[in-house]
Design a protein around this ligand. Structure first.
Ligand SMILES: NC(=O)c1ccc[n+]([C@@H]2O[C@H](COP(=O)([O-])OP(=O)(O)OC[C@H]3O[C@@H](n4cnc5c(N)ncnc54)[C@H](OP(=O)(O)O)[C@@H]3O)[C@@H](O)[C@H]2O)c1
Length: 337
């Protein structure tokens, strides 16, 4: 499979490391030989129609902060040219999330599909802004489109719902879908320390963004609820349809009182056909959603199976490569491989 990777940050590098580490496994178990023929970041690109030397590419990106310094690499905004001109089967779109207009990811994905290339993305922006359009475009162009990593990181929320639970009608999806806020709430409740101090420490540890607003105010979770509503419940939801309250007003005192009552406060996203909501909720200790630290957890309400819950790591380059690689294997199989 010939692959173009657009965006070579945590996840772009993570998937390349997984290709190197798991080359034998992929070939022997899945008959899959991924060949990365082009990689682009914001500053430039590296291209080799015979396949890039991934260990060398990773070294270059670590040392120079851009793939443009790889041998024969080029500087400039080259993504759309690469998508049009490089002979490849599939594009990984792994650029930063922009929930205002989905760019630059939205244009990259449209262009890849128009060029007849399959697409895998972890980028919530294009999915929040234009899910229906992209889903239809993929069908029209006869290409595969997967986005497992966009919700739950390594936790196979979308795959579980769309594949393994497909005998069920799903009446509700309820989830702890943001690791940063879960980490903050977990430490507030364990240590009684104010939010601002934990946020600062989380930033130092790389667990929170420099600007954690989208996490703290519940917008990141609302994006994931919008994606689940559209991709799993078949709705035509917009981000503005989600009622959102973040965790800013949660005090250490509130988390202590909850704990005394055998509960935890969690930022919970809910997707139902009659309600899309993100808000802090009380969750009983021992409930599948009462997960600590940066973990994510999701519970499905189902007509046949009643309730199924799943938990795991919602972020991290190595963990999330599980979903990205899983999507690639899934497409390889869908194509008869
Ligand atoms: N990290 C996770 O665990 C995780 C989990 C699930 C989903 N996601 C989502 O996955 C996406 C990628 O995450 P990440 O952590 O890998 O982000 P990241 O580390 O910020 O990497 C983003 C990459 O995209 C590049 N880029 C920015 N604008 C570009 C453009 N116009 N053209 C080409 N490349 C461009 C950046 O290049 P420069 O470095 O040159 O600016 C960088 O290489 C995001 O949408 C994120 O929300 C991340």
């Amino acid at each position: 499979m010939r692959i173009i990777i657009v965006g070579f940050g945590n996840l772009g590098r993570g998937i390349c490391k997984a290709f190197v580490e798991k080359a034998d496994f992929l070939r022997k178990v899945h008959g899959l030989v991924p060949k990365v023929v082009a990689v682009a970041d914001e500053f430039g690109a590296a291209v080799d129609e015979n396949g890039l030397d991934l260990p060398q590419l990773l070294k270059t990106a670590e040392s120079y902060k851009t793939v443009a310094r790889y041998r024969g690499g080029r500087r400039g905004k080259l993504v759309l040219d690469l998508i049009d001109e490089v002979s490849a089967d599939l594009v990984f779109e792994l650029t930063p999330t922009n929930i205002k207009n989905g760019e630059p990811g939205l244009t990259h994905i449209r262009r890849a599909m128009q060029a007849g290339k399959h697409v895998i993305t972890s980028n919530k922006g294009p999915l929040v802004v234009a899910f229906k359009e992209l889903d239809s475009l993929a069908r029209k162009q006869g290409v595969e489109f997967r986005y497992s990593a966009s919700v739950g990181g390594a936790v196979p929320v979308i795959g579980l719902a769309k594949k393994l639970l497909s005998a069920n009608e799903i009446s509700e999806i309820r989830g702890v879908l943001n690791g940063t806020t879960n980490y903050i709430l977990t430490r507030m409740s364990a240590e009684g320390v104010p939010q601002e101090i934990i946020i600062r420490e989380a930033q130092e540890l790389g667990l929170a963004e420099k600007d954690p607003t989208l996490d703290i105010d519940g917008i990141d979770t609302a994006c994931k609820i919008t994606i689940l509503a559209n991709a799993v419940l078949g709705m035509n939801a917009k981000l503005s349809d989600v009622k959102v309250v973040g965790i800013r007003r949660i005090t250490p005192e509130a988390t202590r009182l909850a704990q005394e009552a055998g509960q935890m406060i969690k930022l919970v996203g809910i997707a139902r056909r009659d309600l899309l909501e993100v808000a802090p909720k009380l969750v009983p200790l021992g409930h599948p959603l009462a997960v600590g630290g940066t973990l994510n957890a999701v519970t499905f309400k189902l007509d046949l199976a009643r309730e199924i819950s799943i938990t795991g790591f919602g972020a991290g380059p190595r963990e999330t490569s599980s979903s990205l690689l899983g999507d690639l294997i899934d497409i390889h199989r869908a194509l008869g491989g």
